[in-house]
Ligand binder design. Structure first.
Ligand SMILES: [Zn+2]
Length: 175
């Protein structure tokens, strides 16, 4: 099966590509926003923004680590690198710049939901701090909601919930 993204609303549509031949044009109607759009089989723009189905969770351990988005009904599994400093995390939306854009149709995730700050402490170890960004439904760490002023240290494997979406911290290798 392959998936295509609706150019208007980002909704994914899944179809059986084995029923079609290369070069054939297909017309889709988005079941979310009802936009009609066309793709051509076998042409590179078929999967412009798609990721590997099983991305490597450790891919960024030499730099500043990653967050892993757990696959659910709204989103595919994603591994998104973190950078040093503040990482603003939210639901990907065209025209909205965030550091960690999550491709999902989860309506309960804000477009600017929370921050993970990555910095080095005095001993040179990389530390990760989570804080909410005044999100509508709040940011949860291990099922506990963060208060508006909370700045919480998080470690490798920390489970963070943003709306209906779960993300997991994969830290950098500490040297
Ligand atoms: Zn759509």
């Amino acid at each position: 099966m392959k998936r295509v993204r609706c150019p208007k609303c980002d909704h994914y549509i899944i179809f059986d590509e084995t029923k079609y031949e290369d070069g054939q044009s297909l017309v889709f109607v988005c079941d979310q926003c009802h936009k009609e759009f066309k793709i051509r089989m076998g042409v590179s723009k078929l999967r412009p923004l798609q990721r590997d189905d099983n991305p490597d969770e450790q891919a960024n351990k030499e730099q500043f680590g990653s967050i892993v988005v757990v696959e659910n009904v709204f989103a595919f599994k994603q591994v998104i690198p973190l950078k040093e400093g503040d990482n603003l995390i939210g639901r990907r939306h065209p025209g909205m710049e965030v550091d960690v854009p999550i491709e999902t149709s989860d309506p309960s995730m804000d477009r600017r939901h929370c921050y993970i700050n990555v910095s080095r402490n005095k001993k040179g170890h990389i530390v990760y701090t989570l804080r909410d960004n005044d999100s509508v439904v709040g940011t949860f760490l291990m099922n506990e909601i963060l208060g508006p002023k909370d700045r919480v240290r998080i470690e490798d494997g920390a489970i963070i919930t943003l709306g209906a979406t779960t993300i997991i911290l994969r830290t950098a290798e500490d040297k």
